[in-house]
Design a protein around this ligand. Structure first.
Ligand code: FAD
Length: 445
């Protein structure tokens, strides 16, 4: 599968080899160190949401699907308002509040009008909340369930993404539904069997639809590379009453089964290229939102750690800015009202995919599936919601002008965005390991 994995990626001017070098040497070490920091380690997620599309597949009983949760109190900075608006208060919102308090100072206060003002404000608060929900829904690409009462913190470092044993009809129903119902119905495999979509049919689709399919397929590739690189190799007994412990490591045979052209109707190398493609997409989103992300606080309540996190962010973004061949999102959705309709469909299809994640029958897979979908959804929002298209804030002042108050990401979106990118980066790095294993195998033959 590596022989076909060279040269142009398609749909952009970048090549696989350029990304390999850039990721493995420059990005990989930085992003892995970044996501190990406290701010990025804790992800708030609701794993109890009902599947909105079909009756529950019965909860997964496989032990490697189990999630270790953590109490709110064990989350660094939680006691200092980590979970409240404080943490979501970006320089942009702070600035808005400052500006508002200046405008509404006591000097302007007219006691005769105050009753009227209060009545209006009580009535309009409800309206404003409705408008806000409407505006958010229009620009968001996925559901954000961190405000849900059932949402809980998960320490990602205690729950690594790896082989869980989740497979068969439940897993296939998810992937099938994602490809067949939500990828703009590309020409389907007429035999209703694998593979769901043939890459040769993609050339008949418009760029936007192809980008959508490739991004989802790239995510699928990344998930499957992780389960191959952290495969359950054996189980060892650790004590009389204790359950056996798994030993995890790369499984070259499993990797070849999933990506070798001879075992995948020739599709394997295309699926691998889609991984590079979605990597480019997310990296471009990070570059685009970079000036905003550089000014976030990354608050956890530990000033030293927080400063280190900000420094690591600036350092990584500085490297990302130097990438020579960024994905060019401005070539998409051009063409009047039709383009606007297409963009809306694009957003709705992705929204559906984020909801399908609630149907995954293995909690560990659901956790990482939801995180990576939210990360990709956040990247799409940055690239296509139109709110991030000009960035003329004054970095020297450390705050954004008022009209940028809409450029705001929730804490969970930021955590998901960086962790999702870290997963893709890790997958590309793992490919290098499989490449080495494969050539060592050939030499010994
Ligand atoms: P699948 O991966 O289930 O794929 C089904 C079919 O889709 C394939 O036969 C092929 O025709 C096509 N296909 C495969 N790859 C691609 C691609 N990249 N692009 C386009 N088409 C493709 N398992 C774990 O062990 N650990 C996990 O963390 C994990 N997370 C998951 C998260 C989600 C959201 C889902 C839906 C599943 C997850 N799984 C996980 C299960 C895993 O992805 C596979 O479904 C499972 O291992 C069965 O694999 P399979 O060989 O039958 O093919």
């Amino acid at each position: 599968c590596f022989e076909a994995l060279h040269g142009a990626l398609g749909d952009c001017s970048c090549s696989v080899d350029t990304i390999d070098y850039f990721n493995n040497v420059k990005i990989f070490p930085r992003i892995q160190s970044l996501v190990s920091k406290d701010y990025f380690r804790f992800y708030k997620v609701n794993l109890k949401k009902e599947c909105p599309f079909w009756a529950d597949d019965s909860r997964c009983a496989m032990k490697y699907c189990h999630i270790k949760k953590c109490s709110k109190e064990s989350v660094p900075g939680y006691a200092n308002g980590y979970d409240n608006d404080h943490i979501d208060e970006t320089p942009a919102t702070k600035y808005t509040k400052e500006a508002q308090s200046e405008c509404g100072s006591d000097a302007d206060h007219d006691p005769d009008l105050s009753y009227l003002n209060m009545t209006i404000s009580a009535a309009s608060q409800y309206e404003i909340a409705k408008w806000k929900a409407y505006d958010d829904a229009l620009e968001n690409f996925c559901e954000n369930d961190d405000r849900n009462v059932d949402a809980e913190y998960v320490d990602l470092s205690l729950n690594p993404e790896r082989y869980t044993g989740y497979k068969g009809s439940s897993a296939h129903r998810i992937w099938r539904s994602i490809y067949q119902e939500n990828c703009f119905r590309p020409k389907l495999n007429p035999y209703e069997s694998f593979p769901y979509v043939l890459s040769s049919d993609l050339s008949n689709m418009c760029l936007e639809k192809r980008v959508f399919y490739r991004a989802v397929s790239g995510l699928h590739t990344s998930i499957n590379i992780h389960l191959c690189s952290k495969y359950l190799l054996s189980e060892k007994t650790v004590g009389f009453a204790a359950p056996p412990e798994g030993e995890w490591g790369p499984n070259l045979e499993e990797f070849q089964r999933r990506f070798d052209p001879s075992q995948t109707f020739g599709e394997g190398p295309n699926w691998l290229k889609n991984l590079y493609f979605v990597y480019l997409l997310e990296m471009r989103a990070l570059a685009k939102a970079g000036p905003y992300l550089e000014r976030e606080e990354y608050f956890t309540g530990n000033p030293i750690e927080d400063e280190e996190t900000r420094h690591a962010i600036r350092n990584m973004l500085g490297v990302i800015y130097t990438f020579p061949d960024h994905f060019n999102e401005s070539s998409m959705f051009n063409g009047g009202s039709q383009a606007a309709t297409l963009k809306n469909e694009f957003r709705e299809h992705f929204w559906n995919i984020s909801r399908i994640m609630d149907c995954v029958g293995c909690d560990k897979c659901k956790l990482w599936g939801k995180l990576q979908t939210q990360g990709l959804g956040t990247a799409l929002k940055i690239l296509f919601s139109g709110r991030w298209d000009s960035s003329d804030g004054d970095p020297e002042q450390g705050k954004l002008p008022l009209r940028h108050k809409s450029q705001r990401l929730q804490r969970t979106e930021i955590v998901a965005l960086f962790n999702a990118f870290a997963r893709l980066s890790n997958s590309i790095r793992e490919l290098e390991n499989f490449r080495i294993m494969l050539s060592a195998n050939k030499e010994s033959e």
